[in-house]
Design a protein around this ligand. Structure first.
Ligand code: FES
Length: 514
């Protein structure tokens, strides 16, 4: 089973084993090093390897550990940011370019599946967006007009694939769905066969710019001409952290009492909206539903999101069993389009792709195609459109990447007696909470067996306080989306250093068992 960035298990994670690399990596010199082994990293690395570049992928955990293992895997040209917004912010011509780029991305995935015989259940599907009141109908008409102007094949329809009441609905052709972990593992295998190298369990500790880019990891030093951050959000401190807001979305895979599984993709128009589709995994059909999105670290009780999502699904479908529940992170860009290209502040040799909103599966391939062209120094119609440097610097903000900054140690060398930690005995197994200890804050978690894990709850990225995520049993930073496990280890960037761990006396363990 693939390990992923949370306590819950996703449908994809449960049915795909950890990727086993075929090759020993003896060489330390490359043309391109891609940091991050999700769909963006592997797709980009494969395109560059195909083009003759010698590439290395460095992954901190295992392939698909992050959002690629937690997506619901819709492949859309009908995007989360409606074409009405894209046209308003970027003009009609650019909206058409976005539609073209996402169409090409779906074609790339389809072509890869066929060319390399990747069995990942890629399937073309239509998307249905449905309104449930007059206000939504007016919005739907605006979206239909703008989508059509952008070049999408859209039309009004009288039927939708889900048994949910609606007043008006639009059908968009040319969408698709697939199994993301099988796809990425398939690409990774081909990448290695073409001579590419993958190193997993290999967090990057620092990057030095000399004649070449030097990447320092726990498994040694690697060098390359170009570096790609395919880490969902780049590490360090960068303008992009001020332009991408971290959000979480909730998903579940359920079986139904009847066989009325929707083959196509369906979306309501609530804010946040709910989405539905079907996937067959290992011979079993699942309805995959999602929604209940909120800003990371802004929901007091994340378990509520699963309960409400389940209640919505049960309202409309005869659910036999809820088989999987999981949540996942995405980054919402300030102006509605992703940032793909040169990392702001770095005109050469460091590239980034982030801010995919809820369309990471398709934008990852948009990014792979564009990054390939940028690194090969070929012209692309999309360079300016997705340029991360389109954002204007904020006055007084220093734009830099900084790694390994000193962590201020609050609890160094201390071993706290459990009986002195307020509220610990009242904490139920499986719960986490930030408590006051003397004049400091302390984040404590009690495991099911009563073991206490304590950390200093100040994010190592830019020092915001982290918040407890009960659904995924993680500490999430509301500022830029870094996430940590109960021992403070990094699950999601931009942080690249663990939270300070605090020792607690064994008495806590005994308390927890009472
Ligand atoms: Fe930036 Fe925590 S992620 S301060």
């Amino acid at each position: 089973m693939i390990h992923r960035d949370g306590n819950c298990t996703s449908l994809w994670q449960d049915h795909t084993g950890i990727y086993k690399s075929d090759r020993d990596v003896a060489d330390h010199h490359y043309d391109v090093i891609v940091i991050g082994g999700g769909i963006t990293g592997i797709s980009t690395a494969l395109l560059l390897q195909e083009a003759g570049k010698k590439c290395l992928v460095l992954e901190a955990r295992n392939l698909c550990f992050g959002t690629t293992g937690g997506t619901t895997a819709h492949l859309n040209t009908l995007l989360d940011t409606p074409y009405t917004t894209i046209s308003k912010n970027f003009g009609e011509e650019n909206a058409a370019l976005v539609a073209r780029a996402t169409k090409e991305a779906i074609e790339l995935i389809n072509t890869n599946c066929k060319r390399y015989l990747i069995d990942c259940d890629f399937m073309e599907a239509d998307a249905f967006l449905f309104a449930q009141d007059e206000k939504q109908e007016r919005e739907l008409e605006d979206i239909r007009k703008a989508s059509e102007a952008a070049g999408l094949d859209v039309r009004y329809t009288t039927g939708i694939p889900v048994p949910i009441p609606f007043t008006k609905a639009m059908q968009a052709k040319g969408q698709a769905k697939f199994n993301p972990t099988l796809y990425v593992h398939g690409l990774a295998r081909v990448f290695e066969e073409l001579g590419g190298a993958i190193v997993q369990e290999c967090p990057v500790q620092a990057i030095e710019k000399n004649d070449r880019m030097e990447v320092i990891t726990i498994k040694g030093r690697f060098s390359a001409v170009d570096i790609v951050y395919a880490t969902h959000i780049p590490p360090g401190i960068n303008l992009l952290h001020l332009r991408c807001a971290p959000w979480r979305s909730y998903a579940m895979a359920v079986t139904l009492e009847n066989d009325q599984y929707p083959e196509d993709l369906a979306y309501d128009m609530h804010d946040p909206y709910n989405y539905y589709r079907t996937q067959v995994v290992d011979g079993q059909k699942y309805l995959v539903a999602g929604g209940m999105d909120h800003k990371t670290g802004h929901e007091e009780e994340t378990g509520r999101c699963f309960r409400e999502l389940e209640s919505i699904v049960r309202q409309h479908f005869p659910v036999r069993e809820v088989c999987y529940r999981w949540s996942s992170q995405y980054f919402e860009p300030a102006d509605g389009l992703p940032y793909i290209g040169h990392l702001p502040g770095e005109q050469e040799h460091i590239f980034v792709a982030t801010g995919y909103s809820g369309n990471g599966m398709v934008y990852s391939s948009v990014a792979a195609l564009l990054l390939r062209q940028l690194i090969l120094q070929e012209p692309s119609p999309y360079t300016e459109l997705f340029d991360p440097n389109r954002i204007k610097p904020v006055a007084g903000f220093t734009n830099f990447i900084k790694h390994n900054a000193d962590v201020v140690k609050q609890f160094a060398e201390k071993f706290l007696p459990a009986e002195n930690i307020p509220g610990l005995s009242a904490l139920a197994p499986g719960e986490g909470k930030v408590v006051k200890y003397e004049d400091q804050k302390l984040a404590v978690y009690k495991s099911e067996s009563g073991e206490v894990h304590a950390i200093h709850p100040v994010c190592t990225h830019m020092r915001c306080d982290v918040k407890w995520n009960s659904a995924e049993r993680s500490w999430d930073c509301p500022c830029h989306g870094a996430r940590y496990d109960v021992d403070g280890n990094v699950l999601t960037g931009p942080a690249d250093r663990a939270l300070e761990k605090v020792g607690v006396s064994t008495l806590a363990t005994e308390q927890g068992r009472h």
